[in-house]
Design a binder for this molecule. Structure first.
Ligand code: SF4
Ligand code: SF4
Length: 72
């Protein structure tokens, strides 16, 4: 199974949660204690080692916040 490394351009995030909803591994969550400059809670990865590099999160994000690098 490939592994992915997910990075976020957090300042562009608008907190729509589509990435959280569509991650098949359920490893993305909204950090209630961290905000970007626009005041939205940022998204973070709870268990990075479980990422399979599917990039569904990046595909779903309407604001191009997410980049997924895949380790083959
Ligand atoms: S690449 Fe896939 S498994 Fe990894 S965080 Fe995004 S949606 Fe989840
Ligand atoms: S889909 Fe994009 S804009 Fe929406 S919460 Fe996730 S990172 Fe933020």
């Amino acid at each position: 199974m490939p592994k992915g490394k997910v990075t976020f351009e957090t300042e562009k995030c608008k907190g729509c949660l589509l990435c959280v909803e569509f991650c098949p591994q359920h490893i993305l969550y909204q950090d209630k204690n961290a905000f970007n400059k626009a005041g939205y809670n940022i998204i973070t990865v709870s268990e990075p080692e479980k990422c399979v590099g599917c990039a569904f999160c990046a595909m779903m994000c309407p604001d191009s916040v997410i980049t997924v690098e895949v380790d083959k």
